[in-house]
Design a protein around this ligand. Structure first.
Ligand code: 5RP
Length: 292
């Protein structure tokens, strides 16, 4: 029951402090809902405006690939050093401790494996996405693939409908078509298609001319690492992507297949958040590796 005899008139309206109408700190997010912005702010560091996402979703296509044989041993210890964990429901539920408070980007599509033709044409149920406490949802589009392009774009659009219903941002994972040139034209097209279809984050691959890919994609762009490279090359790639305007990385193999994964994710973070040059980041990697 309200205390009707003690209704105090407000007397501190901050008349000299206008409401903050400055823009939200992430590209393309200004007109998004409170829920989307809040989830994006869990994923993207508010000082740097960038993120180091750790991708370990590979197993649903590839099985227990190198570095992911035991997610409880290989990935769980890395979790606290990542800004966001990108994985599948089965591995997160069974092998990432629930005490972990890092935001989750849930891989929300599934389909076939590398043993057949990959098509990714099924989405998880909405209730699963909510119950996994997802801060973002991810699905792949296969641009330029005759057999699956239409299916995967339709699938992705449906995921955006779901994300919009619950204010959960959706990340578009741009697959590399088998016959596609890995260049800025192709990745620019794929990234733009993802954004046009409602992505709040686009994950694609670094390539020459990447500044055009980023410029033509109206939401934050993060890069996949791709196949394992020597540490210095992976750090150089991350650095070049950031210089071109990328909002971070969603890196898997170049972290968990490194000889020192914790040292590597910290070195990548140094590049993404602290502006380390590749040589400085490599030095950090070597120091941390030798301390371990
Ligand atoms: C293609 C992907 C995977 O989701 C994976 O996250 C790739 O990560 P990396 O290339 O850094 O190992 O993008 O399904």
């Amino acid at each position: 029951m309200a205390d009707l005899d003690d209704i105090r008139d407000g007397d501190n309206f901050g008349l000299n402090s206008p409401a903050d109408t400055s823009k939200f700190y992430l590209k393309g997010m200004n007109s998004m809902s409170w829920g989307v912005k809040n989830r994006m702010a869990r994923i993207f560091n508010r000082t740097s405006g960038r993120t180091v996402m750790l991708a370990f979703d590979h197993g649903f296509l590839m099985g227990p690939t190198s570095g992911l044989e035991r997610i409880d041993l290989n990935i769980a210890p890395l979790a606290e050093h990542a800004d966001c964990l990108m994985g599948c429901r089965g591995t997160i539920r069974t092998m990432i401790p629930p005490e972990n408070t890092q935001p989750v980007c849930l891989r929300a599509d599934t389909g076939t494996t590398i043993l057949t033709e990959m098509n990714h044409n099924v989405l998880l149920g909405e209730d699963e996405m909510i119950s996994m406490n997802a801060s973002a949802l991810a699905a792949m589009i296969a641009i330029g693939d005759d057999a699956t392009e239409a299916k995967t774009i339709a699938n992705f659009s449906r995921l955006v409908d779901i994300g919009n219903r619950y204010d959960i941002p959706v990340m578009c994972v741009t697959a590399v078509g088998k016959d596609m040139a890995r260049d800025a034209r192709y990745f620019g097209l794929a990234s733009r298609v993802g954004a046009e279809n409602g992505a709040s984050i686009v994950k694609t691959y670094y390539t020459e001319g990447f500044e055009n890919v980023v410029a033509a994609t109206p939401v934050p762009v993060v890069i996949a690492g791709g196949k394992k490279l020597p540490e210095i090359e992976a750090l150089e790639m991350a650095h070049k992507a950031i210089e071109c305007g990328a909002a971070g990385v969603d890196m898997g193999r170049n972290v968990f297949q490194s000889e020192a994964p914790i040292a590597m994710i910290k070195a990548v973070s140094g590049v993404v958040h602290d502006g380390l040059k590749p040589a400085e980041a490599l030095e950090l990697f070597e120091t941390l590796k030798n301390e371990a």
